[in-house]
Design a protein around this ligand. Structure first.
Ligand code: UGA
Length: 444
């Protein structure tokens, strides 16, 4: 092997500058997760990032005939290790052919290293909706921690690409299955996340959304009852509807329009919670209920219509940013790694009451649009790209859009010792970089 790397092969594998992420107290975040309730969920942030922050392919061929020779696997590994401190060695090595806009998928030569746990500490975990935005980050964490993970997903909004880096790993199974049908498996913990979550997606087929919430939860609770697995459901801030109390505490019963266009999701999740506590009281099923507030991060579908993805993609493409209504409605945005910390802590704690998981930093949507625009411009400037200062335009407000939303997270703090660590700026910067990688890849 020589030290000289052909220029053609440098284009996708040149290392990114080190990213320093500071938490709310100005302390650098190097790991996410923590050791709590006898379950250590700590993993290196750099290793996690290597699973989502880079383009999926690491080799660009200027024409198919110029693709890397097949017999250079050892050299490729050494190259990866040299320029990436080993992290990109775990990426799939697909080859992109820009001239014919095609991608050749290859299998991984090596999986990311996972903890070697003794069988007594290794959990068999089922994640429904595990190929979705939240699910795939949970899967990454559980896999790196050394557990056995089965993902069940119907791929309506989830995508195989979010977990493709684990396919074939002996600790991992990916099953195409719709939770409205029963599913049999032996497991110790069930994270039941399966359900479309963005308003355009869940309103696309309202009946199916309610069916997923009700029958999907019924089936998974039945499974938990039979296997005696612990069951966690991802509920939502939407169960509070358009709230009349602010911030929202878990004992607030909510203000939901039962026949409006959002009802399929709001009422679906409300009945899913009712079912969950029904199984808990009647059958002794060990349950956990997470009420998740607006969450954002890499792998969020750029076209799912939610505000964070819409604003970032619009600003990156130099298009007008669309604020619905007058922009005075508020939301509080939590970064995905904080949520995953909270979900794992809740699952392993003794807290059976509902727990809000969200970030208390509240913005009007107008303020948020301005912040996203500023951060996109900053990242573009750092990358030497001249960005157009985009306009903010106003569109009609969707029916029943909640006017304000901010979690009261006192319970999560007291019961789980959990508090969000990521600032909105740090989270948005990382997400902008993720979408930029997707654009460079040609998939956005
Ligand atoms: O992101 C989430 O986690 C939540 O997203 C939605 O709840 P919503 O708060 O309506 O989320 P968005 O669709 O992202 O909208 C947030 C606010 O931004 C506004 N918006 C959205 C999109 C856009 O382009 N412009 C814009 O002003 C909306 O009208 C709304 O007031 C889902 O219904 C929740 O289940 C989910 O937990």
């Amino acid at each position: 092997m020589t030290d000289v790397v052909p220029a053609r092969r440098l284009c996708w594998r040149a290392p990114q500058p080190a990213i320093h992420t500071l938490d709310k107290n100005g302390k650098e975040i190097k790991t996410v997760g923590f050791d709590r309730f006898g379950f250590n969920s700590e993993v290196s942030l750099d290793v996690l990032r290597s699973l989502y922050l880079r383009a999926h392919y690491v080799l660009t061929a200027s024409s198919s005939s110029e693709a890397a020779p097949k017999d250079e696997e050892g050299e490729e590994e050494a190259w990866h290790a040299k320029f990436s401190h080993g992290h990109t060695a775990y990426q799939s090595k697909s080859i992109y052919h820009p001239d014919i806009q095609s991608i050749s998928y290859t299998t991984l030569s090596r999986f990311p290293p996972v903890k070697l746990l003794p069988p007594a500490r290794r959990k068999r975990v089922l994640v429904t909706g595990g190929a979705g935005f939240v699910g795939s980050h949970l899967v990454d964490r559980l896999m790196l921690l050394g557990h056995e993970v089965t993902v069940v997903d119907n791929f309506f909004t989830g995508s195989k690409t979010t977990v493709s880096h684990w396919v074939g790993h002996p600790n991992f199974e990916l099953v195409r299955h719709d939770v409205v049908e029963p599913f049999m498996i032996e497991c110790d913990q069930i994270y039941h996340l399966a359900c479309p979550a963005s308003p355009p997606h869940y309103q696309f087929n309202a009946v199916k959304t309610i069916k997923t919430s009700f029958m999907g939860t019924l089936n998974m609770l039945g499974l938990a009852k039979r296997t005696k697995a612990r069951f966690l459901i991802s509920s939502t801030s939407e169960i509070y509807g358009d709230p009349e109390v602010h911030p929202q505490q878990e004992d607030y019963w909510g203000h939901v329009n039962p026949i409006g266009p959002r009802a399929c999701y709001d009422e679906g999740k409300r009945v899913a919670e009712t079912l969950t506590y029904g199984f808990h009281r009647q059958d002794g099923v060990d349950v956990r209920v997470a009420r998740i507030f607006n969450t954002y991060g890499p792998r969020m579908n750029p076209f799912d219509g939610r505000v964070v993805s819409n604003f970032i993609v619009q600003a990156l493409k130099g298009e007008d940013m669309t604020v619905y209504g007058d922009g005075k409605q508020t939301r509080s945005f939590q970064y995905i790694h904080d949520l995953i910390d909270g979900l794992i802590a809740l699952m392993n704690s003794d807290e059976t009451r509902p727990v809000n998981l969200g970030n208390g930093d509240e913005f009007t949507i107008q303020e948020f649009a301005e912040l996203v625009r500023e951060i996109v411009e900053k990242v573009q400037r750092e990358d030497g790209v001249e960005a157009r200062h985009v306009n903010i335009v106003y569109k009609p407000m969707p029916t029943d859009d909640p006017q304000k939303r901010r979690p009261d997270t006192t319970r999560a703090k007291e019961s789980l010792g959990w508090q969000p660590r990521w600032t909105i700026r740090m989270g948005l910067e990382e997400m902008v970089r993720y979408y930029k990688a997707k654009m460079a890849e040609g998939s956005l």
